[in-house]
Design a protein around this ligand. Structure first.
Ligand code: UDP
Length: 418
């Protein structure tokens, strides 16, 4: 299915004011080298989660540059998403994938045969869900096009390289691609496919990240019953075990047990929603509610996918952003928090250490206790929290904005076609 309800192409001038002339000039130069090349992006959901977030800005930006780009989303039934969620968990190191699931996978893929456009020249296939589409391409098409597998998952090389049937299948499929892209070198598998490291990025002008008025921020807090006069600690994430929302609640409870912080009466906000390809989220959400035990200062939101401005406002209203993941391909929410000038306390896993430099713009943590300790320290030292936040914003400006991401992706494409 082609995505047709994209935001309009943005004005490059606005980006120029944020990242400077030089970066836009580099993009324009690369665009000239790629003029006439047709790009296609393929993934499994239109909204919810980081991939959809990225593509929603990436495609209009390429269009603004003058490149021909389309976005196609797979059509699939819930049974397929059960399988691919289990596969996703397996790739991140959790058991549960059974060989019988492979048949369900191929059934859906066969129904999506034809999703790769005849006219496209460079096709980027995101994550394991559509990975197998390459099997349906005729040989001459495979020779003419350039196909890239873009992995957003924190790949646990060991489990994938193991002797399991699914591990062998994934590897065999990826090795048919002309190139692969990973978010961090930390989990680069040693496979026979040219690999590039391209960390993801956020769009500073999207509804999720653009500046908002204080009035809108206050109104959003009021809407969700959050007290604007007490410190707010926030994690924004799909309800997924790898994001460890229950661990965040435990850490918050430790924070509240400490006398000095109890006086300040800080609040915890868990902002989540449902990605339509994530059948497990209901279960995780139930566990989260149980763990919160109706604590009056723990706010648990289950937002619809089209809530970027509200998420933006809630991140801006927070004193500290938490992302206590235990596996994380990259973690866009980390850059989103840093861009809003907030210190981020986040799991020392996957792509997070690329964004959080421990003790400089936030803290890297591995346990509930550490998370609580760092939150308490930041609450007690608001000046330090502010300094870390400003460093974080500049770090994101330099490294994790859309303009850098597009430049990197076009550089990979340029290496493949020119
Ligand atoms: N997000 C959202 N609504 C939610 C939860 C998350 O819009 O209820 C957004 C979040 O702001 C971020 C993206 O989804 O832009 C999540 O990307 P990330 O890389 O952090 O994690 P993923 O979900 O891809 O594992």
């Amino acid at each position: 299915m082609k995505v047709t309800d994209l935001p309009p192409p943005p004005s490059l001038q606005e980006y120029r004011t944020i990242v400077g002339d030089e970066k836009i000039a580099a993009l324009e130069e690369l665009t000239d080298r790629l003029s006439g090349v047709a790009f296609q992006e393929i993934n499994s959901t239109r909204s919810g989660g980081g991939v959809a977030e990225i593509l929603n800005s990436y495609i209009p930006f390429l269009t603004a540059l003058g490149l021909k780009t389309t976005w196609s989303v797979m059509e699939a039934e819930p049974a397929f998403f059960e399988v691919t969620k289990t596969l996703h968990n397996f790739l991140q190191g959790k058991d549960g994938f059974s060989p019988s699931m492979i048949e369900t996978y191929w059934e859906t893929l066969r129904k999506n045969d034809g999703l790769i456009d005849e006219e496209s020249d460079v096709v980027t296939v995101h994550d394991p869900q559509p990975l197998g589409l390459i099997e349906f391409l005729a040989r001459d098409e495979l020779m003419r096009k350039r196909l890239i597998w873009r992995c957003h998952v924190q790949l646990e090389t060991l489990s994938v390289d193991s002797v399991s049937e699914i591990g062998r299948l994934i590897r065999k499929l990826v090795e048919q691609y002309h190139a692969s892209i990973f978010s961090s070198f930390q989990y680069l598998p040693l496979w026979h496919v040219p690999s590039f490291i391209v960390p993801p990025f956020i769009d500073p002008l999207s509804e999720k990240n653009r500046d908002l008025s204080e009035t809108e921020i206050t109104a959003t807090l009021e809407k969700y019953g959050v007290d604007p006069d007490r410190p707010l600690i926030t994690q924004v994430s799909r309800y997924d075990i790898f994001k460890d929302p229950v661990g965040v609640i435990q850490a918050f409870k430790h924070v509240r047990e400490r006398e000095s912080c109890r006086k300040k009466g800080c609040q915890l906000l868990l902002v989540g929603g449902r990605a339509c390809d994530d059948p497990e989220c209901f279960l995780v959400l139930r566990n989260v509610r149980q763990a919160a035990e109706e604590h009056p200062d723990i706010h648990i939101l289950d937002l619809p996918p089209d809530s970027p401005r509200e998420i933006n406002a809630l991140q801006r209203a927070s004193q500290i952003i938490v992302q206590k993941s235990i596996k994380e391909g990259f973690g866009l929410t980390v850059s989103e928090g840093l861009w809003k000038g907030k210190p981020v306390v986040a799991g020392d896993v996957g792509g997070i250490p690329l964004q959080v430099k421990d003790g400089w713009n936030g803290y890297l943590v591995s346990t509930v206790q550490e998370t609580a300790d760092r939150i308490i320290y930041l609450l007690k030292n608001p000046d330090l929290a502010e300094t870390m936040g400003s460093r974080g914003r500049e770090f994101v400006r330099e490294n994790f904005l859309l303009t850098r991401g597009v430049l990197d992706h076009l550089t990979v494409a340029d290496q493949l076609v020119n």
